[in-house]
Design a protein around this ligand. Sequence first.
Ligand code: PLP
Length: 422
Amino acid sequence: MKRDKAIFDLIEKEKQRQEAGIELIASENFTSPQVMKAQGSVLTNKYAEGLPGKRYYGGCEVVDEVEQLAIDRAKELFGAEWANVQPHSGAQANAAVMLACLKPGDRILGFDLSHGGHLTHGSPVNFSGKLYQPSFYGVEQATGLIDFDKVIETAEREQPKMIICGASAYSRDWDYKKLREAADNVGALLLADISHPAGLIARGLLNDPMEHCHIVTTTTHKTLRGPRGGMILVGKNFDNPWGLKTPKGELRKITSVLDSGVFPGTQGGPLEHVIAAKAVSFQEALSDDYMEYILQVSKNAKVMAQAFLNKGYKIISGGTDNHLMLIDLRSKKLTGKQAEEGLIQADITINKNMVPFDTQSPMITSGMRIGTPAITTRGLKEKDVEKVVDLIDEALQKPEDPKHLKAVKRKVNRFMEKFPLY
Ligand code: PLP
């Protein structure tokens, strides 16, 4: 077969882009070469509908071992009793859980998208807002923090069947105990979507949802630094709290209900090459090197937040407990769109983001979200992070001046040469 020059040239170009710039998108990271090797392997050739030992296809002996290793390592990493590592993405994991546990029209309560929540937690443009009846809790305008006592009140008013916690742009920790109280008061299931801070949770740097939440979902590619994908976890045996029965009238196990939410509920064949890469990344995440890494992610985020505050930027909630921060640019007379478009010309990648109670549209926004997982993988430490904030601030002095941004870009490219990627 002729080499596909067009595609491989583009892959090389993307590699150069990733190497030259400062990557601050909070949901991105750089996987290890062995994660990529597992993902680019012959396992992509194999169909394996079903679960290890219970497949609908022959020839699954090897992928059974691969998937079982991924499951065992996921359980060890998160202290879970059960894991399904098949969801193709975080959105798929949430879709599978909701399909398994809810009926169309059921009420759900999630964290407001415009305050930092995720589309799959009840947005009207997503399946979760189309199939179920969503209501939302948010942050307090004065503090930028979630008041968990208010969530208890909101749950009592809204009577949801499921409460969803977790976010894409919330820089503080979650009170899972209070959320469980909110759920128990109304007989709701509590789902924690820990896609963003999963790595910090796994290594004990944040509160542990596994103790209190019925079900936990996560992506595997953010702080966890695995391949793009999702998974579902269950902690202590919350066995079938909603009393679902089999056609024969027997109580079903929560885990088998969740398994069937993934397949055949929302997916076909699992991506065993991605599952192998997940397994590799889970083993990495259990290592001392990763512990050092994730501690540095957290330290870098705190130093970065302070450096922004020192330069007069406003951070929602005043700082960060995790790997990201949400910056309100209104005090700098900038929109998120201006910042994103200006910074990209300087080879600095961030994303524009709504801030709570935003006065701009989602396409413009008043904020930017910044995270430290990817730059920490590149090897940046506290002093380097201060330099990154200097470069961002310099670029944002004239975010619509191409000449100025080109000069900053040269500095960015020179700076990043010190931190080789692959
Ligand atoms: N849940 C949360 C909290 C997220 O932040 C994201 C992605 O940003 C997802 C789910 C969806 O993950 P994916 O893009 O893998 O579908």
